[in-house]
Design a protein around this ligand. Structure first.
Ligand code: HEC
Length: 149
């Protein structure tokens, strides 16, 4: 057992983590894992919308680099959030059947968003406009592995 105490803004958060990972067994845990990855996807959606507003000059580009960084971080979070391999939500059974392909797509998404963030820092708007569409591979993955609404 490892325990650690973290003080955040005056509140003490005590977390006890079992050294040996307990596999997901209970339904509530499964639901948490699905809620978690769906929340990350919603954050990706919001960040993509914000970046869209910037490149279409609806709003100033002050946060351009920060949004590309947020997308790169969220892509990594998304990748991790599927590693528990909990079926359900709007993830199609094909996702788990073709998990290696899904992982490859996640790797590609992580690499391209990281590259866009690094380039944005140096090249600003022109490189983001060039790299955005190839980096945001959302639809390609959804078409294969997400249940259509
Ligand atoms: C490699 C695959 C993959 C990539 C890349 C990907 N997604 Fe997803 N996305 C999924 C899967 C699978 C689900 C269904 C997850 C579930 O319901 O458990 C999903 C669900 C969603 C949802 C619905 C969340 C909810 O409320 O249920 C949104 C919104 C979304 N993705 C946005 C995005 C955006 C925006 C991007 C790109 C910037 C993106 N996704 C990239 C696979 C992907």
């Amino acid at each position: 057992m490892t325990s650690f105490v973290k003080i955040v803004g005056g509140f003490a958060i005590v977390a006890v983590i079992a050294a040996s990972a307990v596999p997901f067994v209970a339904r509530a845990d499964d639901k948490d894992a699905i809620d978690y990855r769906e929340n990350i996807m919603k954050s990706l959606d919001a960040q993509t919308a914000d970046l869209g507003m910037i490149v279409s000059t609806q709003i100033p580009d002050d946060n351009l680099v920060a949004h590309t960084k947020a997308l790169a971080i969220l892509a990594k979070q998304a990748q991790k959030s599927f590693e528990s391999k909990i079926p359900g939500g709007d993830a199609k059974p094909e996702l788990w059947a073709n998990y290696a392909d899904f992982q490859k797509r996640m790797d590609d998404f992580v690499a391209k968003t990281a590259d866009m963030a690094a380039s944005a820092e140096k090249g600003g708007m022109p490189v983001v406009m060039e790299k955005m569409v190839p980096a945001l591979t959302c639809k390609g993955c959804h078409d294969l592995y997400r249940v259509k609404k």
